[in-house]
Design a protein. Structure first.
Length: 184
């Protein structure tokens, strides 16, 4: 962690409000971008981000300096987004054991046509929520299936299945849009 940031966190632990504002100013823009990936309404995303900061400040004593503060805070923001979405009745399909499939081939995420990262992200945004959030957490945030399971409160196997199905839907949408053979 940046030594300056560490000093600010220490001051926050002592209840220093000015230090809390400094920490907020350092991370607010980045955490807002993270919240916007999950909450489509910009004002709602801002509210969720601010609630996450409040949670972070009340749980600051739980922060372990072996992780960057930004990574710790990002997880809180994502969890707050998921909690908000759950309150809005976001329902995930539970999978029976017969319908489960496991994605083992991470190398198969290559795209053989010139599609920009923005175009892929835009296409992910248009997927059903149960696929979109697993894809975002896996591809963009870099979480593994165990972490996704905990964040979304779904079984690990459901995370794997939603990733596999989301990948197939993403591939179909990209192929429809770009009329090229795309291998994902």
């Amino acid at each position: 962690m940046n030594p300056k940031h560490f000093e600010i966190v220490k001051k926050c632990l002592q209840g220093n409000r000015k230090a809390q504002m400094q920490l907020y100013d350092l991370y607010a823009d980045g955490m807002y971008v993270v919240a916007c990936r999950y909450i489509s309404n910009r004002e709602d995303a801002k509210d969720v981000m601010q609630e996450a900061f409040l949670k972070a400040f009340t749980r600051l004593s739980q922060y372990k300096s072996e992780f960057t503060f930004g990574a710790w805070l990002k997880r809180i923001v994502i969890n707050q987004c998921m909690d908000t979405l759950k309150k809005r009745s976001l329902v995930y399909e539970e999978m029976s054991h017969q319908t489960l499939a496991i994605v083992d081939d991470d190398a198969s995420w290559e795209i053989s046509v010139n599609v920009t990262k923005q175009e892929i992200l835009h296409t992910i945004e248009r997927l059903p929520a149960k696929y979109k959030y697993v894809l975002q957490l896996y591809l963009i945030e870099g979480y593994d299936h165990q972490e996704i399971s905990e964040i979304l409160d779904i079984p690990v196997q459901t995370s794997r299945t939603q990733l596999m199905r989301g990948k197939a839907k993403l591939k179909d949408k990209l192929q429809d849009t770009y009329k090229h053979k795309i291998s994902l």
